[in-house]
Unconditional design. Sequence first.
Length: 276
Amino acid sequence: MSTTASLKDIAGTVVLVGAGKMGSALLDGWVARGLDPAKVVVIEPQPSLQVARYAANGLQLNPATKSLPAAVVIVAIKPQSAAEAMPAVHRFISPSTVVVSIMAGKTLKFLQAALPDGTAVVRTMPNTPAAIGRGITVAVPNAKVTASQRAAADALLAAAGAVEWISDEALMDAVTAVSGSGPAYVFLLAEELAKAGAAAGLPPDLAEKLARVTVAGSGELLHLSSEEAATLRKNVTSPGGTTAAALDVLMASDGLNPLMKKAIAAATRRSKELGS
């Protein structure tokens, strides 16, 4: 069965536990894609006006009901709050519920131990561009997740951007290193490009704008193009030209490639340590 589904096809209540930046972005995406706010329950002790406004359209905000079985529960709290907050999720669990966690570093083993026995669980790793609907989320299900539950989870996660599914949870550490932490690497590129431009004699404010817009525009071109990144790079590079001179430095044996491999390895290693 396909993992794609419409939000309108989800039968039952969707519970969002935690409505910070990521949770709010998901909620906005769901409503924009046609999910009726009346089908959504939000648990958030300090709801923003952005979230509270949906209550006028039927969304249930912090209901006192002791038992409220849901079709899907999205857990979007900070991982350091998980041990304390997970017991409160139990009132939303029924045999047909799937719990989707976007808590970084919290393994399927942890989630299964924190939830009622036999709960269908999906662990995910989103990234911060999800806040503007341009993220990518990698998801791994446990053995209890059915095809229809996976489809519902996929539809909800897709509101924040692309979704990829894996079957080997061990890959999540490398996923965290590449896409979870990846936006910071791109922001660092813009930061250092601006500094280098200023060092070359540009006014700092102009250097910053040039770097910022160049990185953003190149990312959009990469997003919209069907060509590989290597092809796009070659398209900019004339033999013996200015770009080639810079790439000779960046692509040297001690250049960006070994440095990036070292950085990804360090982030992967740290992800494993935090998950143990």
